[in-house]
Design a protein around this ligand. Structure first.
Ligand code: UD1
Length: 363
C-alpha cells in the first residue's frame, strides 16, 4: 500500500505527525507531501524539527496567493505528483486550502481520499475553511471524526454510516506526547515570565482570521479591548505574519507597544505548548487552540461568532465571545475574576486516535 500524507499549513503538521509515526511502526509505506502553503521557517520548518518528523519527501513550494491562485497552484502541482507516484490512498487533514485542493485532485483521479478531522461545521459559509470542510467531506472515502457532533453533521449531509469512523483527535495525540517535553522549554524565562521557579500570571493571544484582522476598524476594536485587559494581566501575542502586516498597515504598532501586550514572533510547537499550558487565560480565533486548552484545562475565550468545535464549549473550557470590544472586556474580566470550572475530556481524546486511524486503513 502506498500512501501520500498531505500537509500545507501550520496546524496540519501536528496532525500528520502521529499518523506518520503509526504508519511507520506498522511498516506501511508512505510519503509526506508539503504543499508549501506555509513556508516561513517559523510557520513550517520548526514544526518538523520540534515534532521529530523527517523532512517532507515531496515539497510543492506553492506559497501565498488569493484563494483561487493558491488552491489552483496546489492542484496543478499535486496532480503531477499523483501521476508520478500513483498512490493507493491520499490522506488530508483539517480544513485549509491544501486540504481541499489535494482531495479534489485525488478524487478526480479515482484515488481514495481519507479526511482526518471530518464533519466539523461552524455553519458559517463566509469562512473559507467551512467551504473546504464541506467539499472535502463530500469527496472523501474515509471520514475520520474527532467527536460525535461531527458524525451527526456528516449523516445530515447524506454521508453513509459506512464511511464515518469516530476515532478521536490526532492533535491531542501530539499534545499528550509532547506535554512533558514542553515543560522543559525555556520560553517563560526568555519572556521574563518565570524567575526562580515563580511563574507570573499572563494571558496568551493568537489572532489571524481574516474576519478579525482584515478590516481595520474590527482589528482596532479588538486591540482596544485587549489594551483594557492588559491593565489586569500582561498579554503575550505570538503574531501570525498576516496579522503583523495588518498591524503595520494600520499603524497600530506604536500604540500596542505602549500597553502590556507583548508582540513576539510565531513560536514553534514546543515553546507554544509550554506558554499555553502555564497561562492564566488564552484568547484566540484559532480552531486547534480551542481543543488544546480544553485538554489543558485553561480557560479559552474564542474571539469569533461561532465555532466548528462546539464540544469544547459543551464539555471543555471554551467560551465563544465574538469580536465586539465590550464583550471581550466583560468576558475577560469575568474569567480573570472567577476562573472557569474544569469540565470533562471529550471521548477518545486519549492519545490513540492515530492508532485507530491506521487500524481502519489496514482493515
Ligand atoms: C491558513 C488557513 C487557516 C489556518 C491558518 C493557520 C486557509 C484558507 N486558511 O490561514 O485555516 O487557521 O492557515 O495559520 O487555508 N504568510 C507568510 N508566511 C507564511 C504563510 C503565510 O508571510 O509562511 C502570510 C502571507 O502574506 C499570506 C498570508 O500570511 O498571504 C495568509 O496565508 P494563507 O496560507 O493564505 O492563510 P492563513 O491566514 O495562514
Amino acid at each position: 500500500m502506498k500512501i501520500l500524507l498531505v500537509a500545507g499549513a501550520r496546524p496540519n503538521f501536528m496532525k500528520i505527525s502521529p499518523v506518520s509515526e503509526v504508519l511507520s511502526k506498522n511498516r506501511i509505506s508512505h510519503k509526506i507531501l508539503h504543499t508549501g502553503q506555509h513556508y516561513d521557517e517559523d510557520m513550517s520548518k520548526v514544526f518538523f524539527h520540534d515534532l521529530g518528523m523527517p523532512e517532507p519527501d515531496i515539497y510543492l513550494g506553492v506559497g501565498s496567493g488569493t484563494h483561487a491562485e493558491q488552491t489552483g497552484k496546489i492542484m496543478i502541482e499535486f496532480e503531477k505528483i499523483c501521476f508520478a507516484e500513483k498512490p493507493d490512498l491520499v490522506v488530508v487533514v483539517g480544513d485549509v486550502n491544501s486540504t481541499i485542493a489535494c482531495a479534489l485532485v485525488a478524487s478526480k483521479l479515482n484515488i481514495p481520499v481519507a479526511h482526518i478531522e471530518a464533519g466539523l461545521r461552524s455553519f458559517d459559509r463566509t469562512m473559507p475553511e467551512e467551504i473546504n470542510r464541506i467539499l472535502t467531506d463530500q469527496i472523501s472515502e474515509f471520514l475520520f471524526t474527532t467527536c460525535e457532533d461531527a458524525n451527526t453533521n456528516l449523516k445530515n449531509e447524506g454521508i453513509p454510516d459506512s464511511k464515518i469512523h469516530f476515532v478521536g483527535n490526532v492533535m491531542i495525540d501530539t499534545l499528550l506526547r509532547f506535554i512533558e517535553v514542553s515543560s522543559k522549554s525555556d520560553i517563560l524565562e526568555r519572556l521574563s515570565l518565570k524567575q526562580n521557579d515563580n511563574i507570573k500570571k499572563y494571558a496568551v493571544l493568537t489572532l489571524h482570521r481574516p474576519s478579525n484582522v482584515d478590516d481595520a476598524e474590527t482589528l482596532k476594536g479588538i486591540f482596544t479591548a485587549l489594551e483594557r485587559l492588559s491593565e489586569e494581566i500582561p498579554i503575550v501575542f505570538p503574531a501570525h505574519p498576516r496579522t503583523l502586516k495588518k498591524i503595520r498597515d494600520n499603524r497600530l504598532g506604536d500604540s500596542i507597544t505602549k500597553t502590556r501586550i507583548l508582540i513576539i514572533k510565531p513560536l514553534g510547537y514546543i515553546d507554544f505548548l509550554c506558554l499555553m499550558s502555564k497561562a492564566t487565560i488564552v484568547l484566540t480565533d484559532s480552531g486547534g487552540i480551542q481543543e488544546e486548552t480544553t485538554i489543558l484545562g485553561i480557560p479559552c475565550l474564542t474571539l469569533r461568532k461561532n465555532t466548528e468545535r462546539p464540544i469544547t464549549v459543551k464539555e471543555g473550557t471554551n467560551i465563544i465571545v465574538g469580536n465586539h470590544p465590550e464583550k471581550i472586556i466583560q468576558a475577560g474580566l469575568k474569567v480573570l475574576e472567577k476562573g472557569i470550572q474544569r469540565k470533562k475530556i471529550p471521548n477518545f481524546w486519549d492519545g490513540k486516535a492515530a492508532d485507530r486511524i491506521v487500524k481502519t486503513i489496514i482493515k
